[in-house]
Each structure stands twice: as C-alpha cells, then as structure tokens.
Design a protein around this ligand. Structure first.
Ligand code: MF3
Ligand code: CO
Length: 266
C-alpha cells in the first residue's frame, strides 16, 4: 500500500531522516584504513541512539525460513560486496577500498534510509568513477520524482544513465516507499520503462537507491544469508536518499545543509 504522509508525519519523517544525515556526517570524518567494519557499526549505532533513534536494520526479519534477522546496526559492503555486508571485527578496511554503508534510523515511529559509498584514501580512478556514476544515477532518477510522473520514469532514467556509462544495475533489489515501515510500496527498480508503474503524488516519501556494478549484472548471496556480492568479483557501489514528493518537486530529506551545498542541491 502506498502511504501519503500528512504534514505532521512529514515532520516526523524529516526528523528520522536528519538522524541518518548526521550519521554520515560523522562516519565521513572517522573512516580510516585499519578500522574494522564492526567499529563503523558501533559508531553509527551510538550516533543514532544519541539522537533519540534506533537502528532499524538491527533484527530486521525478512520472514524467510533459514535467513536470520539482520544482526547489525548498519550494512557495510566493501568492494565486490554490493549491499547488506554484515559488519565484523575481522573485516578491516584498507587504503583504496570502496566502502558502501546503508543506514536506517527509526525515530518516533518513522524511518529514514540512506546509503553512501566512500573511498578510503584516494582510491583508483576507476573506483572514483564508479562512485561518481552511482551518485549521479540517483540525481538522474530524482529529476523525474515529480507529482504526476510515474515510478517507471525514475527507473528508466537511472537504468539508461548507468548503461550509457558502461556499468550495470542490480536487478534483484530496488528502491521503495518508506514511512512507518522501512519498506513500503511502491517498489522503485533501477531500470524499467518510462510511463509505467504507480503515479507519484504529493506527500509520498520514497527511497531512490541505485546499486551499480562495474561488471556483469549477476549477484550471489553469501552463506550468512545477507551479504550480496557480484558474481564476477567486480566492484559495486550504492547511493540512496529518502525523498519527499512535493508540488514544488522532490526534496531530499537525508542530507545535511552542508552536504546539499556540496552536492549543489537546493
Ligand atoms: N536499508 C536497506 C534498503 O535500502 C535495507 C537493509 S536490509 C537490513 O532498503 F536488513 F539491513 F535491514
Ligand atoms: Co532503502
């Protein structure tokens, strides 16, 4: 079911989303080579709790027998790990690694969800380009996040942009509506036909989240039941924001003012 948020709910969405923005403001400053992905998890959890939120991913249960509830506060996926990397004391971040982090904060009953991909240190030109294209794919989709457009308009813009750059998108996972639930309707694939799918309405809150890979668009789920890697071992990146549909266009809720300035967002 697609939920339309009233002005009170939109304020609560803003608050939850602001927590996520502040988590990234903090993580960006502290991620260093030699750190474990578990340390990132602890810092993110502490930040969320200090802001009156809880990490909604912890204990998240997809309800499929054999798949355990998600065991950590955030997802940290390195290099060929695409999404849902499970933080561990044994996973040490190295100089040049591509580190994708996905955070969902639950505050006062509402969820905010965003992902960022960082390079630790300078990284290769290829890694920088992959991350740049993934972020830009989000903004290409965002251009179509307007009242009266359809979900397929966003999906189409993302897929065509990524393919035009010689990369590919993950097919099995997609963006989504968000609110009281982390995942609400509509699903928002990262490829598809323009003019198809649900119509966008004022008061919808949606997550647009391109997952982009350098190689073939095939993924494998690891034995932990969560970590998704590329089948061919190529690198991948993820970029996501929670977006409010307004009659004046889309508003990104999961960015600080500083980040908006840096990204040239009004
Ligand atoms: N935050 C992810 C998304 O973008 C979902 C994470 S699954 C979880 O939809 F198990 F980690 F919660
Ligand atoms: Co999401």
């Amino acid at each position: 079911m697609i939920t339309i948020k009233n002005s009170k709910e939109i304020e609560l969405m803003r608050e939850a989303c602001k927590v996520v923005a502040l988590v990234y403001e903090e993580l960006e400053k502290v991620i260093k080579p030699g750190m474990s992905t578990y340390e990132i998890d602890v810092i993110a959890e502490e930040k969320m709790r200090s802001l009156g939120a809880i990490p909604a991913e912890k204990g998240y249960d997809v309800g499929i027998p054999g798949i355990p509830p998600y065991p950590a506060s955030v997802c940290v996926s390195i290099n060929d790990e695409v999404i849902h990397g499970v933080p561990s004391k044994d996973k040490i971040i190295k100089e040049g690694d591509i580190v994708s982090i996905d955070t969902v904060a639950l505050k006062n009953g509402y969820n905010g969800d965003a992902a960022r991909t960082f390079i630790v240190g300078k990284g290769t030109k290829e890694a920088q380009k992959l991350i740049e294209v993934t972020k830009q794919a989000f903004f290409e989709g965002l251009k179509y996040a307007k009242v009266g457009n359809r979900v397929g308009d966003i999906s189409h813009a993302i897929g065509e942009f990524v393919w035009s750059k010689g990369y590919d998108v993950v097919r099995e996972y997609q963006g989504h509506g968000i609110g009281k639930d982390m995942h609400e309707d509509p699903g928002i694939p990262n490829y598809g036909k323009a003019g198809r799918g649900a119509r966008l309405q004022e008061g919808m809150t949606i997550c647009i989240e391109p997952m982009v890979m350098e190689g073939d668009p095939y993924i494998v789920e690891l034995e932990d039941g969560w970590t998704i890697v590329t089948e061919d071992g190529s690198n991948a990146a993820h970029y996501e924001n929670t977006v409010l549909i307004t009659k004046n266009g889309p508003e990104i809720l999961t960015m600080t003012r500083e980040e908006k300035k840096r990204e040239g967002v009004k």
